[in-house]
Design a protein around this ligand. Sequence first.
Ligand SMILES: NC(=O)c1ccc[n+]([C@@H]2O[C@H](COP(=O)([O-])OP(=O)(O)OC[C@H]3O[C@@H](n4cnc5c(N)ncnc54)[C@H](OP(=O)(O)O)[C@@H]3O)[C@@H](O)[C@H]2O)c1
Length: 309
Amino acid sequence: MSFSNPSTDRLLVTGASGHLGRSVLAHLLDTLRIDPARLIAVTRDPAKLAGLSPRGVEVRRGDFEDPPSLASAFAGASRLLLISTDTLDRPGARLAQHRSAIAAAKAAGVKHIVYTSMPDPADSPIPFAPDHRQTEETLAASGLGWTVLRNAWYFENLAMSLPGVLATGKWVTSAGDGRIANLSRDDCARAAASALASSSAASTVYDITGPAALTTAEIAATVSDVLGRPIELVHVSDEALVAGMVAAGLPEPMARIWASFDTATRFGKFAKVTGDVEKLTGKRPQAFRDFLAENKSLFLPAPAVGAKA
Ligand SMILES: NC(=O)c1ccc[n+]([C@@H]2O[C@H](COP(=O)([O-])OP(=O)(O)OC[C@H]3O[C@@H](n4cnc5c(N)ncnc54)[C@H](OP(=O)(O)O)[C@@H]3O)[C@@H](O)[C@H]2O)c1
């Protein structure tokens, strides 16, 4: 089955003012050259996307916590990219948001939803994995067409931990020899834009991964090589990793989430490498070494106050 007139179907991006949403819109406009009149950008705060309206993109307000706002936000769209939200502070809230969005999309006449999930969300040690698994199940039961993009972790996430690693020279990990197939957020966005703009109505799962799965030792060696700083790996248990993060001031629930990424890596949950990014976009995703070389400043520790440039 294909849509009758794909060149005029309207494509909608939710969460359009987030990092991924902005990048998806940039790829729709500048990489895929989609007619801006076909695009609808939905965000809780349209003022943040003031730059899109002059380019001809329709910007609408929509909040998954405010279901009535979604009827007008989603009206007229054929395909919708549902960007998973960052609501992790209230148990169950994110799944409820996603379910509201799916119900509202169906009621508004949307035919196909593309959803940003996570790797292998079933039977995962990651506390928020059930949000993704149950959103995937809700989509499968919705009667709509769907595309699930199981996005691997972004290289950019390392910006949270690498400055500390570089400052101390020590990388404390419970990931063991587990491998992780990270990729850049931009490659995730390119894949999402392509999936949204596709005229395929088939319901499919794509594993959106980087071109290689690296161990923490291999990632650390690449960082040392490209940034010129020595890094010693310190292997600890999951509980010791949580305790260390809590001692450093992280709230325990957050420390448990971060540590669960290492546990999942050790269990092989992030090790899969696929060609799905290239299948969707025609372009091989960027390798970690190349990303690092292009984005050194993201990862270097901030210079000490008063330090000379
Ligand atoms: N693969 C990874 O490594 C990774 C890393 C971090 C996060 N993620 C997941 O991927 C998503 C996109 O990543 P990102 O880097 O763009 O994250 P981000 O910049 O933190 O964006 C958060 C997103 O959540 C949306 N949102 C929050 N509350 C919402 C609500 N009530 N209704 C509708 N939308 C809501 C925001 O939309 P508006 O502000 O425009 O309304 C925005 O798109 C995240 O939200 C998270 O689920 C993945």
